[in-house]
Design a protein. Structure first.
Length: 128
């Protein structure tokens, strides 16, 4: 039987992938990573090729999606409340790094924190 793959997501940093991969494998789902070797040998080109793609068999797709949704850390504010998207009111935002300039690539901790809504891709910039 020919197996088809489903791409669960792509990740800029191999460390993020390892967390999700570990969780899926703990649930007995076989995980395949693409492009990881290229990234490890040269991290600067990872965004150019879209990062590491995490794939599962399509037969595991539904289960993998559920686990992925649980594992994914949605961004919260200082009090631990979920960040609410001002555009669609969803409470599922991730921390977003644009890393648009060379400066932020070298010093990512100087970049102001932003959030990206996983429902509508709206970028929120919280007031500080
Ligand atoms: Zn939204």
């Amino acid at each position: 039987m020919k197996q088809e793959f489903f791409t669960l997501g792509s990740f800029e940093f191999p460390a993020d992938v390892q967390i999700i991969k570990g969780k899926l494998e703990a649930e007995g789902i076989q995980v395949f990573l693409r492009d990881e070797n290229t990234i490890n040998s040269d991290p600067l080109i990872s965004s150019a090729i879209g990062g590491v793609k995490l794939q599962v068999y399509t037969t595991d797709m539904e289960r993998a999606k559920l686990i992925f949704d649980e594992v994914r850390n949605y961004a919260t504010d200082m009090e631990g409340k979920p960040i609410v998207c001002p555009n669609c009111k969803a409470e599922r935002s991730e921390i977003y790094y644009s890393r648009s300039s060379v400066f932020y690539k070298l010093f990512p901790f100087f970049e102001p924190k932003k959030y990206r809504c996983t429902s509508c891709n709206f970028i929120t910039k919280p007031e500080s």
